[in-house]
Design a protein around this ligand. Sequence first.
Ligand code: NAG
Ligand code: NAG
Ligand code: NAG
Ligand code: NAG
Ligand code: NAG
Length: 433
Amino acid sequence: MAPFVTLLLLLTWTRVAGQCPPVLLVSGSPGGAWAAITPGGFVLTLGTDWHGGDSSAVSGQLTNVDAIFSNGLAFAARKSDGTLVTWGSAERGGDSSAVKDNLTNVEEVVGTRFYSFAAKKTDGTVVAWGDPANGGDASSVADQLSNVDTIAATDQAFAVRKMDGTVVAWGDSRHGGDVQNFSALLTDVVQLITSSGDPNAFAAIKADGTAVIWGGAVTNAYEQSGGADGAAAAYLLESNVREIVRIVSLVYGTLAVLQTNDTLKTYTPYRDWSTQTWKLRQGTIQLTNVDTVSAVDRNFVARQRDGTVVIWDPSSNTENGRLTDVDWIVAGSSAVAGRRSDGTVVTWGNSFSGGDAGDVAAQLTNVEAIFTNGGAFAALKADATVVTWRNTFNGGDSSAVAGNLTNVSTILSNNGAFAAKKTDGNFFFLGFV
Ligand SMILES: *[C@@H]1O[C@H](CO)[C@@H](O)[C@H](O)[C@H]1NC(C)=O
Ligand SMILES: *[C@@H]1O[C@H](CO)[C@@H](O)[C@H](O)[C@H]1NC(C)=O
Ligand SMILES: *[C@@H]1O[C@H](CO)[C@@H](O)[C@H](O)[C@H]1NC(C)=O
Ligand SMILES: *[C@@H]1O[C@H](CO)[C@@H](O)[C@H](O)[C@H]1NC(C)=O
Ligand SMILES: *[C@@H]1O[C@H](CO)[C@@H](O)[C@H](O)[C@H]1NC(C)=O
């Protein structure tokens, strides 16, 4: 028997072969939730109620389910007939009764982080529901939501790319939900990307290699400076953009832009006291040879191709750390773990959140993969055992159950916990479930 189990990661979902997970609670406190599709198309949920951990109110409808989507506080299950069943936080998308009649022939569902959902139908139209201020109400652009090709989401807004290469957006403007003042620029768009980190900006990449970037730091500076009459522009134009990253900072967040030639730039909003307006300032550091970039607290963590990892706060222009000989990095919310080519791990950041591996540091050898749920890290070793560290509420202390963490094939994370998938198809949960 090789049934499918679909298990949710926050905002993403992964299809893995296996059996129904056994329900095992390692600790029970507020955190995230899990949902899985059983071999017969039924759904199992686990975790806190207000994150969608209790689907009992709709269990009678959860049959013939072929995909599940999450926004972190609510779930949407697509049935094989193209209809949707939702549950979890009612006002954040768990209650879809207002649009129920429109939720037919659903192809895919995208969630903003914690607020709302948008479903793309097979006819290219889109239906949104959830928190009306944060993407759940698309009525202002309803007449434009046809021939939609892809849906992208930040944490509080949606943007869609239409088949004709134009873009439509709705939701909170400081998170990318308003493109009205520059929609004429949004033509020949080939790809829409969202900032990583806690996402609050979009970039529309055009056929000629230019990118129009808005939301987050860009829109904040624009609105603070007085909108259309102020000093800052409603959007930023860049060329050859590969990725954009949102970095938390004192001044409305900084935007990092990684270009296709491995150059990393940053833009931070600042107040120009001479004119009493807000503007965007390009950071003094412009790193080259950058392979990957993530955000950790107020820093960007950039790995250069020679194995150096530079940890830099762009709002104060300070280097806060540097690691060497690192092959790849995994960033949590306040700490980062880097794997070295000899299979050991180096960490940096807030020690409680994993910046210090503490007692298990010596066990971090022969590491093949590292996972994080924000507050804790889990390393999967070559012998299929697992070592976890730091924030105990998030599964960071697995010493008492180390004997159970054998024959592990992979690890899934949600907002509060880990689920270690064992080679026999069962899952072992660690953290808030
Ligand atoms: C639902 O469908 C009806 C009829 O096609 C349409 O008039 C209405 O605008 C749709 N509502 C939403 C929220 O998509
Ligand atoms: C768009 O431009 C109009 C007219 O210049 C202005 O009134 C409005 O504030 C601008 N929109 C935003 C979101 O700032
Ligand atoms: C990378 O590309 C940008 C814009 O295309 C250019 O300004 C910069 O000089 C390039 N950097 C390198 C190292 O090639
Ligand atoms: C964990 O390991 C203990 C000791 O080997 C065993 O008794 C227990 O059944 C295991 N629990 C799970 C869920 O595998
Ligand atoms: C791992 O799985 C194999 C079967 O695939 C089994 O023989 C072995 O006992 C398991 N090892 C542990 C430590 O659970």
